[in-house]
Design a protein around this ligand. Structure first.
Ligand SMILES: *Cc1c(COP(=O)(O)O)cnc(C)c1O
Length: 339
């Protein structure tokens, strides 16, 4: 293999040695198969290609200072995939099958796990697609589950930094009773135009308000939002937000730090009351928010007063990263560790 420059990895696909596949046929899941092919042979009428019967997950494995490998909260990802399966009528994989496939994919590609010092990690992408050839709109009867991995760099190349977001009223990512709570590709397709417009205007990502009233905060691009004020961690409660495992973990850590945690609808105007705020997800853990611009109302909410990440965002970020890399004890059993 060509030498990988661990300290200069970005969030891009790099070929690794193996992926793990499981086929669903005749009403049941088959045995785990190890594969070195990067492509998926598929019928042109496959259900996933036409009607979006597709789900994915995203999690990471880290190499610790002790050389051990740690995967963060994989049971939570298994449970979320099961919820997505129920949401779009796909057969569920048991937590055990998910767990074994993920661990297998990581172990088989161990040489691609970046060294501790690089701050990089191994991104794990489980994918589930309906493969039955059909043109009628109905759930597929055959499915393929794949787990592949690829090394990715630390999200913050120039160090942990605060960046700006753009409120969009022109587009919705998902509907209140739609698929926003499921991790499906269709939600991403629906966000591409808003994302492109925000990026072109120099923002990190688009910022969504609730689709129904355009009154409450929804998601921050493809990340959850949280705000900090009066020693309280506040995050939106909404039926169109993807339940982020990072957010769930941060709520726990905030509570442990003696903060109050509130999950409730957050009206847009409340943005002006936060001392700090962040976008959270597996890719960056926390992406601190510099400001949120609302050009339609000619308003700008400043969320990092001196332009830098706030003390609580920084503390939460460092704490979660320390648990992931094994620098601090895993008191909640969040981490699967192996040699
Ligand atoms: C995956 C995802 C997140 C983040 O979830 P994590 O489990 O923290 O990685 C947030 N929003 C959307 C829309 C997502 O797809």
């Amino acid at each position: 293999m060509k030498e990988i420059d661990w300290s200069n990895l970005s969030f891009a696909y790099i070929k690794t040695d193996y992926n793990v596949r499981i086929y669903y046929r005749n009403g049941q899941w088959g045995e785990q198969e190890i594969c070195s092919e990067e492509t998926i042979p598929m019928h042109m009428a496959a259900a996933c290609l036409h009607y979006g019967q597709e789900a994915f997950e995203g999690l990471k494995a880290f190499r610790g200072k002790d050389g051990k490998i740690r995967i963060f909260r994989l049971e939570e990802n298994a449970a979320r995939l099961q919820s997505t399966c129920r949401g779009i009528m796909m057969p569920e994989l048991s937590t055990e099958m998910f767990r074994e496939a993920v661990i297998k994919a990581v172990k088989l590609n161990e040489r691609f796990i970046p060294p501790y010092e690089s701050g990089a990690s191994l991104y794990i992408r489980p994918l589930l697609i309906g493969t039955t050839a059909q043109v009628g709109v109905k759930p597929a009867t055959e499915y393929l589950f794949v787990v592949f991995v690829t090394p990715v760099g630390p999200y913050f190349k120039g160090g942990f930094a605060a960046t700006p977001y753009l409120i969009t009223r022109k587009y919705d990512r998902s509907a209140p009773l739609g698929t926003g709570i499921y991790k499906v590709g269709g939600n991403y397709a629906a966000s591409l135009r808003a994302g492109h417009e925000a990026h072109s205007a120099g923002y990190s990502a688009e910022f969504y308000l609730d689709a129904k009233e355009k009154k409450y905060i929804d998601e921050c691009g493809a990340a959850n939002f949280f705000g900090i004020k009066n020693n309280t961690y506040v995050t939106p409660l909404s039926t169109s937000i993807l339940p982020s495992i990072t957010n769930k973990s941060l709520m726990q850590l905030a509570e442990d730090m003696g903060m109050k945690v509130e999950r409730r609808p957050i009206p847009e105007e409340e943005l002006s009351t936060f001392e700090e705020a962040g976008a959270c997800g597996t890719a960056a853990v926390i992406s601190p928010i510099l400001r949120i611009d609302d050009p339609e109302n000619n308003h700008s909410y400043i969320l990092a007063k001196d332009g830098k990440p706030g003390p609580i965002c920084t503390k939460l970020y460092n704490k979660l990263r320390a648990i992931q890399y094994g620098d601090e004890p895993d008191t909640y059993g969040w981490v699967t560790v192996f040699e």
